[in-house]
Design a binder for this molecule. Structure first.
Ligand code: DX5
Ligand code: ZN
Length: 217
């Protein structure tokens, strides 16, 4: 399955309900929710009340990207607020805590994603690839929307795509940061299948349709 995951970080918060409708009308299956704590990243966004409000108005898959320290302390809150996928950062937890976070999320029937920042090697994720549902490759430094796509992150996507094929795995490969109608083609070709769009979706003068950006099949 391929889809885009519009990031509400770039949306108009005064009209959040309308913005969610815009996502539904685009044909996207996911809504990407960037939770930032001002510690793991140098910015603060929003948290559980916003996740709950969105859950109350849509059946889209709620794709929560936790850019926070100690994400394992908030797993239950994310899930009770309505998250379908909980993605935490590899850099935020020790190896034993990563294993227990994966178990905790799966035991509640939800999907697990692990994300890496641009300076983290993708090989660090190999021990977890059998056990997770998604890898989120950051294609900018996490913390802010509107940055430029880092081209050299493409090789991480290629590595994961190759690894999936060699080991017959089917975790999703999500990319996040600076994705637009041209950069999406680079990462799609490399093997990514979930594409986060913040600025390119919400600041576009025309309503984006998923089929115009990617071959959904
Ligand atoms: C950045 C966030 C992204 C951000 C993407 O830390 O994780 O999801 O919203 O925004 P754009 O698409 O504008 O780069
Ligand atoms: Zn994100």
């Amino acid at each position: 399955m391929k889809t885009i995951a519009p990031s509400i970080l770039a949306s108009d918060f005064l009209k959040l309900g309308d913005e969610i409708k815009k996502i539904e009308n685009s044909g996207a299956k996911y809504v990407h929710i960037d939770v930032m704590d001002g510690c793991f990243v140098p910015n603060i966004s929003f948290g559980m009340p916003i996740i709950k409000a969105i859950r109350g108005c849509t059946n889209l898959v709620l794709d929560v990207h936790a850019m926070i320290i100690n994400p394992d302390n908030y797993i239950d809150d994310f899930i009770s607020s309505g998250a379908d996928i909980v993605t935490f950062h590899f850099e935020a937890l020790s190896i034993p805590k990563i294993h227990s976070a994966i178990w905790k999320i799966h035991s509640q029937g939800k999907k697990v994603g692990i994300s890496i920042k641009p300076n983290t090697s993708v090989e660090a994720l190999v021990p977890f690839l059998n056990d997770i549902d998604m890898v989120l490759i950051m294609t900018v430094e996490p913390g802010f929307g509107g940055q430029s796509f880092m081209d050299d992150m493409t090789k991480k996507v290629e590595f994961l795509d190759q690894y999936k094929k060699e080991h017959s795995l089917n975790f999703d490969i999500e990319v996040d940061g600076g994705i637009n109608d041209s950069t999406i083609k680079i990462v799609e070709k490399a093997g990514a299948n979930i594409f986060v769009l913040g600025t390119a979706f919400f600041k576009s003068p025309v309503q984006i349709k998923v089929g115009d950006l990617i071959d959904e099949n």
